[in-house]
Design a protein around this ligand. Structure first.
Ligand code: NAP
Ligand code: ZN
Length: 342
C-alpha cells in the first residue's frame, strides 16, 4: 500500500479538500504512476454536484499524465521513468465480444471507471487522479506521444478521445460539413480534430465573445445559437453535428441544421433530452452518443503526428476549487489542468 494525497468531496456543493489515502499494493499487471497533470472535465463537476449528503468521499479526475514509478512483475510494456497517460476507464471484463474487439468502453459488464467505480478484483471504490499517485492495470495505460506538452496532453485522455471517436467513426473528412455545439473542453478539441481531418466546421456557441477564438481554432463559420435568425440560416446544411454542451438545451434546432441522413451525436450529460421521433423520420436522421476511449491510441498517434493538444490553463492542484467555480460559470479557455507537485 502506498500513501497518496488527493482532493476529495466534502458533500454536495462543498469544496474539495485534501485527504491522505492509500493506493493498493502492485499486482503483477499493475503500473504505479506519479501524477503530474490532471485535466478538469465538466463530468467531474457533474459528479461533485451530484454527490448525495453523507455519500462516501470521492476523489475526481479521469484524464491524467505522469511518470511510471514502479511496475508489477508481469509488466513488459512499461519501465520506471516512462511518461504515460490514462483516461476514464481502468479495467474491464476482458472476455465479452466488445473487450475482445478492444472496445473496452463498451464492455458488457460495464468497464471500471477511473473514479466512482468499483475495482473488479478487490471490490474497493476507485478514486481518481486529483491525487499524487495512481495504480492502474497496464492494459489501460498509454505512452505519452513524444514532443507534446504533458499538461496540454492530459485533456486528450477524456475530452480528446470522446470527440475523436465519433468524428473518426463517422468518417469525417474533406467534403463533410461538421457542426460543433459548445466551445468548451470537448468542443474546442472537436473543432481542432474536425479541421485537421479536413472538414468544414461550423461552431454553435452561446458566447459571442468566443467567436474570434473559434475562428482561430480553425472554424469556418460561427453561429450564435441564441439568435433564431442565425440558426434558421443554417437549416439543412450539415452532415454531422457533435453536441458538447454541458447544460440542458433544445436539440430541435440542431436536428433542423442537418441534411437528409445527417447525424446528431450528443456528448453532453445533462439529466435528459427530449427528441421528437417525427423530427428524425422526416429526414432519415440519426441521434447517437459516444462512450469514450476505444480509439485512444489512434487518437494519440494522430495528435502526435499533427502536434495537436488542448488549449489549457494550468493551475496548481490546491486551486482546484477555483477551477471548479470558474468552469461552472463557463470561464475557461478551454481546459483547466491541475499541476500536481510531487
Ligand atoms: P465545458 O468545458 O464546460 O464546455 C461545455 C460548453 O457547453 C460551454 O463552454 C458552453 O459553450 C456550452 N454550454 C454550457 N451550458 C450550456 C447550455 N445550457 N446550453 C447550451 N450550451 C451550453 O464542458 P466539457 O468538459 O467540454 O464537457 C461537456 C459535456 O460533455 C459535459 O456535460 C460532460 O459531462 C460531458 N462529457 C461526456 C463524455 C462522454 O463520454 N459522453 C465525456 C466527457 C464529458 P459556449 O460558451 O460555446 O456556448
Ligand atoms: Zn471527462
Amino acid at each position: 500500500m502506498r500513501a497518496v494525497t488527493g482532493y476529495a468531496t466534502t458533500g454536495p456543493h462543498g469544496p474539495l479538500r485534501p485527504i491522505q489515502f492509500t493506493r493498493r499494493a502492485l499486482r503483477p499487471d499493475d503500473v504505479a504512476v506519479r501524477v503530474t497533470h490532471v485535466g478538469v472535465c465538466h463530468s467531474d463537476l457533474h459528479a461533485v454536484e451530484g454527490i448525495a449528503p453523507g455519500a462516501p468521499r470521492l476523489v475526481p479526475g479521469h484524464e491524467f499524465v505522469g511518470e511510471v514509478t514502479e511496475v508489477g512483475a508481469e509488466v513488459t510494456r512499461f519501465q520506471v521513468g516512462d511518461a504515460v497517460a490514462v483516461g476514464n476507464i481502468v479495467d474491464s471484463c476482458g472476455e465479452c465480444e466488445n473487450c475482445l474487439a478492444h472496445r473496452e468502453p463498451y464492455c458488457r459488464e460495464f468497464p471500471t471507471l477511473t473514479y466512482g467505480g468499483v475495482d473488479r478484483r478487490d471490490g474497493t471504490p476507485t478514486q481518481g487522479a486529483y491525487s499524487t499517485g495512481y495504480v492502474v492495470r497496464d492494459a489501460f495505460v498509454h505512452d505519452l506521444p513524444a514532443g507534446l506538452d504533458p499538461a496540454a496532453t492530459a485533456p486528450l485522455m477524456c475530452a480528446g478521445v470522446t470527440t475523436w471517436s465519433p468524428l473518426s467513426r463517422a468518417g469525417v473528412g474533406p467534403g463533410t460539413q461538421v457542426g460543433v455545439v459548445g466551445l468548451g473542453g470537448l468542443g474546442h478539441l472537436a473543432v481542432k480534430f474536425a479541421v485537421a481531418l479536413g472538414a468544414r466546421v461550423t461552431v454553435f456557441t452561446t458566447s459571442a465573445a468566443k467567436a474570434d477564438d473559434a475562428r482561430a481554432l480553425g472554424a469556418h463559420d460561427v453561429v450564435l445559437s441564441t439568435d433564431p435568425g442565425a440558426m434558421a440560416a443554417v437549416a439543412g446544411r450539415l452532415d454531422f453535428v457533435l453536441d458538447t454542451a454541458s447544460g440542458a438545451h433544445d436539440l430541435a434546432p440542431y436536428l433542423a441544421a442537418l441534411r437528409i441522413d445527417g447525424t446528431l451525436c450528443v456528448l453532453g450529460l445533462p439529466e435528459q433530452y427530449v427528441v421528437s421521433p417525427m423530427s428524425l423520420l422526416g429526414r432519415s436522421l440519426t441521434v447517437s452518443g459516444s462512450g469514450g476511449t476505444a480509439e485512444t491510441q489512434e487518437m494519440l498517434d494522430f495528435c502526435g503526428a499533427h502536434g495537436l493538444t488542448a488549449d489549457v490553463e494550468v493551475l496548481p492542484i490546491d486551486e482546484v476549487n477555483t477551477a471548479f467555480e470558474r468552469l461552472a460559470r463557463n470561464d475557461v479557455r478551454y481546459r483547466f489542468v491541475l499541476a500536481v507537485a510531487s
